[in-house]
Ligand binder design. Structure first.
Ligand code: PCD
Length: 790
C-alpha cells in the first residue's frame, strides 16, 4: 500500500512523511522572528567592554567620560554588580563565572563593564571612553603546563585554590585493564589532540530583557537552547520569583551547543532593565561570539589499544587532559563532569576499558560546550576510531575488516559496556555493509592501489560510531539539580484541530514539523491541523531543553505518550457515542469503529466535538480532550552509523579534497527522512570544517587567533562533496515509537572518517597519525616527517 502513497503523505506521517517543513514558509520569505528582530517601544541598547588581556589584575575603572557621552543611560562595572551580589553567577556545571570582572580578568574577551544607551552606536562608542587600568599577569596558555608548580593561579577567587586543577574523573576498571594490556599480543598507543573549535552558529547570542516595574515581571527573549532551565537559574541568581520570569526563545539561527550556557550578556541585560525600567537589547557581534562564548573540545588524549595478533580488540585505555578555559562553563549532568566521554569504548565488544581524566583551568574563554555532541561523545568517538585505525595499521589489516571482526553482535543487545553504559539496541554489521556497498569499497581499494603506483595520494577512511543521546534518566542525570525529564501537553479543540506544547525548542531542526508528525501518527489528525508551541516558558511545560540530540528521544517520547493518553480518553468517549463497550472498539488511524463493523465508526474530530459539546459523556469522564505528561526516559538511545570518506591530496600543495563521503545512519524509527538527511548533511559539513579547517588557537600571550571568520575558517558548499546517504533502522526498544536522536550523529562520526582517509592517503610517507585541522600546512609538515605543532 505504501508504495502508491504520495511523498507528502499525511496519512502515514512517520517514516514515510518526507513532509515539507511547516516552518519554512516564514524562513524562506525572511519572516523568521529572531531576537534581533524584536523592537520594543523605548528599548535601550547594551554593549559590553571586553578585556584585551588574557590575565591581568584590574587596578581601576573610570567610567566618567562614558557616562557623559550623549545618549548614554548607564555605565555599569563589576564593582557595582558586586554591591548587589551579582558579580558572579553559577555555570551549568557547578562552577561560578564572573558576570563582570571585579578582581582580575581571566581570558581575552572577558566582560569588564557595560554601557546602556539609546542606540547601538552610542553604546559601542561609549565603550571606548571607559578607562581601565590593568596590571598584566603571566597567562597560562599551554594546557600541558597548567599544573606546573610555578604556574600562576587563575582561579584565586575560589577559596583555598592553590593551583589550576579543575576536576579529576575516571571510569572503568584500571587494574583489570592493565592486566589485559600486560597479557596482550599487540599494544598500540597514540597521542591524539582534539583541538579547540567553536560552534559558530549563523546567529550570534543576544537577548532583550524587559522588566515591568508595575507587575514585577521580567520577560527575557533570548537565544537559549534551554529556556526553562535558564529561567530557574535566573530565579536563583536574581531572587526574582520564578513565576515572575518568562523566558522566550523565539526563532534561533542555529545553536549547536553554543546557546546552552547562560552568558554574562544575558545577566547584564536583565540588570540593565531592572536599573533603567526600560527594555534592553544586547546582541553580540561575530568576534565577540568567537572569542568569548562556549568553545568546544580541547582534549589532549593518549589512546592505547590492546589486541590479539589476529585482530581481536581486547581493551582500550586512555588518559585525557581537558582544557576548560577560565571557568568551567560546560553544561554537564552533575554525575558526569566529563559528559558521556565514558562511551570511548565505541562499538566494540571489549574485555576491559579504563579512562583517567584531569581537567584544568587556563586563561582562555570558558567552556567547553558540547558542540553538536552529546556531552563529549564527539571526542570519545574520535579517540576510539582513530586508535582502531592505528591498530589496523600495526596489524597490517584492512580497517573495515578489523572493525567487522570486533563489532558488538546483534544478540548481545542490550549491551553493557565495560564503563557501565547500556546500549539499548543495535545491528551494526548491516550498517557497515550498506556503507561499503554504496561506496563500492573493494573497487575503491583497487583504484587506490593503482593510483599509489602512479604516485597519486588517494585515501579511504572509515569510521563506525555509537552515540549516547537523549539525556536522561532522572535517577542518574541532572543539571544543577534539575532532572532531565520533559513535559508535553496536547489539547484537541472542538473542531478537531490540535495544539501540542513542548518543553524543548528548535534552533532550525524542524520541530514544528516532526512533532506534528508524531501527534498525527498517534491520533490521525493531519499534521497541518496541529500547532506546535515551543520556546516560551509561559506557554509550555517544564523541561530541560534542546541539546545532545535529546528532543526526539525525550520530548518525542513525551509527545507520543501524551497523544496516546488523549486517544485513550477519546476511546471512552467513542464507546459512549457508539453505545458499545470500550473493549469492542478498534482503532484505525483517525477513528474508532465497532469490532467487525467498520461502518459503525466515529472520527477523532467527531469525538472532539462531543468531548466539548452538550450532552452526556460516559460515567466519570470530564469534558474536553486534552492531557499532560512528564516523561522520564528509562535509558538513553544509542544511534549508530558507518561512514566512508574518500580524499585526494595534491602532492604539490598538500591540499586535501574530500571527493566522496558515504554516510549510513541508523537512528531507529525515522520520523521525517528529509529532515534527517538535512541534519546529516549539516553535520557532515561541520565534520569537514573540524577535520580540515577549524581551530581556535592562541598566541603565547593568550590572544585569540580565531576571532573572525577570516581566521576561523568554516566550510562552504565549495569545500564539501555531494553527500551520499543511506540508512538502516534498528528501533529503540524503550522509546514509544522506537526513534533515536540523529541531530549530531554526522558531526560526531565524520571527523574520524576524514582524518582516517587523510592518514591513509599519506601511508606512503610512513605516517600513522596527524592532528586536526589537516590544513595544507599541517599535511605538508606530515609529508616532510615533521610532527603536528602542539
Ligand atoms: N528526527 C527524525 N527522526 C528521528 C530522529 C530525529 O525525524 N529518528 C528529526 C527530529 O524530529 C528533529 C531533528 O531530526 O527535527 C533532530 O532531532 P534530534 O536528534 O532529536 O535532535 P534535537 O534535540 O531536535 O536537536 C538538537 C541537535 C543538536 S544537539 C545540535 S548541536 C544541532 C542539531 O540539533 N543543532 C542544530 N541539528 C541542528 N540543526 C539546525 N538546523 N540547527 C542547529 O542549531 Mo548540541 O548538544 O546543542 O551541541
Amino acid at each position: 500500500m505504501t508504495a502508491t502513497l504520495p511523498e507528502n503523505n499525511d496519512q502515514k506521517p512517520v517514516g514515510h512523511g518526507r513532509m515539507l517543513r511547516k516552518e519554512d514558509p516564514r524562513f524562506i520569505r525572511g519572516r523568521g522572528r529572531f531576537v534581533d528582530d524584536l523592537q520594543l517601544p523605548g528599548m535601550l541598547h547594551l554593549a559590553i567592554l571586553r578585556s584585551p588581556f588574557a590575565h591581568a589584575r584590574i587596578l581601576s575603572v573610570d567610567t566618567t567620560a562614558a557616562e557623559a557621552y550623549p545618549k548614554v543611560k548607564a555605565v555599569v562595572t563589576g564593582a557595582m554588580l558586586a554591591e548587589q551580589n551579582l558579580a558572579w553567577m553559577p555555570t551549568l556545571s557547578n562552577d561560578v563565572q564572573a558576570v563582570l570582572a571585579t578582581d582580575k580578568v581571566r581570558f581575552q574577551g572577558q566582560e569588564v563593564a557595560f554601557v546602556v544607551a539609546e542606540d547601538r552606536y552610542a553604546a559601542r562608542d561609549a565603550l571606548e571612553l571607559i578607562d581601565v587600568e590593568y596590571e598584566p599577569l603571566d597567562p597560562v596558555i599551554d594546557v600541558r603546563k597548567a599544573l606546573d608548580p610555578n604556574a600562576p593561579v587563575i582561579r584565586d577567587d575560589l577559596d583555598g585554590k592553590a593551583d589550576n586543577h579543575c576536576f579529576d574523573w575516571e571510569t572503568g576498571d584500571e587494574a583489570e585493564t592493565d592486566r589485559v594490556f600486560d597479557e596482550a599480543d599487540v599494544v598500540v598507543s597514540q597521542d591524539i589532540v582534539y583541538p579547540r573549535v567553536h560552534p559558530a552558529p549563523m546567529e550570534t547570542c543576544g537577548c532583550v530583557a524587559d522588566y515591568d516595574r508595575i507587575d514585577g515581571k521580567l520577560t527575557l527573549w533570548s537565544t537559549s537552547q534551554a529556556p526553562h532551565a535558564h529561567r530557574t537559574v535566573y530565579a536563583l541568581v536574581s531572587g526574582l520569583p520564578e513565576h515572575k520570569i518568562r523566558v522566550v526563545s523565539p526563532d534561533i539561527g542555529g545553536g549547536f551547543g553554543n546557546k546552552v550556557p547562560i552568558y554574562p550578556g544575558y545577566v547584564c541585560s536583565i540588570v540593565a532593565s531592572l536599573v533603567t525600567g526600560k527594555p534592553v537589547k544586547w546582541m553580540e557581534d561575530r568576534s565577540e561570539n568567537l572569542i568569548s562564548t562556549g568553545f568546544a573540545r580541547d582534549y589532549v588524549m593518549r589512546g592505547e589499544i590492546a589486541a590479539t595478533q589476529d585482530g581481536r580488540i581486547l581493551a582500550i585505555r586512555t588518559n585525557v587532559l581537558a582544557d576548560h578555559g577560565a571557568f568551567n562553563g560546560t553544561a554537564a549532568p552533575v554525575k558526569y563532569p566529563a559528559g558521556f566521554f565514558g562511551v570511548f569504548t565505541g562499538s566494540y565488544d571489549l574485555e576491559a576499558a579504563y579512562c583517567k581524566m584531569t581537567a584544568v583551568y587556563t586563561n582562555k574563554a570558558p567552556g567547553g560546550v558540547a558542540y553538536a555532541c552529546s556531552f563529549r561523545i564527539t571526542e570519545a568517538v574520535y579517540l576510539v576510531e582513530r586508535i582502531v585505525d592505528c591498530l589496523a595499521d600495526a596489524l597490517g589489516m584492512d580497517p573495515v575488516e578489523l572493525r567487522l571482526r570486533n563489532l558488538i553482535r546483534p544478540e548481545q543487545f542490550p549491551y553493557t559496556t565495560k564503563t557501565g553504559w547500556v546500549y539499548d539496541s543495535g545491528d551494526y554489521e548491516p550498517t557497515l555493509r550498506e556503507a561499503m556497498r554504496i561506496a563500492g569499497y573493494d573497487e575503491l581499494r583497487r583504484e587506490q592501489k593503482q593510483k599509489r603506483e602512479n604516485g597519486e595520494l588517494m585515501g579511504i577512511g572509515v569510521s563506525f560510531f555509537t552515540e549516547a543521546v537523549g539525556a536522561g534518566p532522572r535517577k542518574d542525570m541532572d543539571i544543577l539539580g534539575l532532572g532531565m525529564a520533559d513535559g508535553a501537553e496536547l489539547r484537541v479543540h472542538p473542531t478537531g484541530k490540535a495544539v501540542v506544547r513542548l518543553s524543548v525548542q528548535s534552533q532550525g531542526q524542524g520541530h514544528e514539523t516532526t512533532f506534528a508528525q508524531i501527534v498525527a501518527e498517534e491520533i490521525g489528525i493531519p499534521p497541518a491541523d496541529i500547532e506546535v508551541v515551543h520556546g516560551d516558558t509561559d506557554q509550555t511545560p517544564f523541561g530541560l531543553g534542546t541539546y545532545g540530540s535529546r528532543s526526539t528521544p525525550v520530548s518525542g517520547a513525551a509527545v507520543a505518550l501524551v497523544t496516546r493518553k488523549v486517544r485513550d480518553k477519546a476511546r471512552i468517549i467513542a464507546s459512549g457515542m457508539l453505545e458499545v463497550s470500550v473493549a469492542d472498539l478498534e482503532w484505525e488511524k483517525g477513528s474508532f469503529h465497532v469490532a467487525g463493523d467498520p461502518e459503525k465508526a466515529v472520527t477523532i474530530q467527531e469525538i472532539a466535538m462531543r468531548a466539548h459539546g452538550a450532552g452526556d459523556l460516559p460515567e466519570g469522564i470530564e469534558g474536553g480532550l486534552e492531557a499532560q505528561i512528564c516523561y522520564n526516559p528509562s535509558n538513553l538511545t544509542y544511534p549508530h552509523g558507518a561512514y566512508i570518506c574518500v580524499v585526494d591530496i595534491d602532492p604539490g600543495t598538500a591540499q586535501v579534497k574530500v571527493r566522496r563521503f558515504v554516510a549510513v545512519d541508523d537512528c531507529g524509527t525515522r520520523i521525517n527522512p528529509m529532515i534527517i538527511e538535512g541534519q546529516v548533511h549539516g553535520g557532515l559539513t561541520d565534520g569537514v570544517g573540524m577535520a580540515l579547517m577549524e581551530i581556535i588557537a592562541f598566541d603565547e600571550e593568550g590572544n585569540c587567533l580565531g576571532g573572525s571568520l577570516m581566521d576561523y575558517l568554516i566550510p562552504t558548499a565549495l569545500e564539501v562533496p555531494d553527500w551520499e546517504t543511506g540508512f538502516t533502522v534498528t528501533p529503540s526498544p524503550h522509546h514509544p515509537i522506537g526513534a533515536k536522536g540523529v541531530g549530531e550523529s554526522a558531526t560526531v562520526g565524520s571527523p574520524p572518517a576524514i582524518v582516517n582517509a587523510v592518514v591513509d592517503a599519506l601511508k606512503p610517507f610512513g605516517i600513522r597519525h596527524a592532528d586536526m585541522p589537516l590544513t595544507p600546512s599541517r599535511v605538508w609538515d606530515a609529508m616532510q616527517g615533521r610532527p603536528t605543532p602542539p
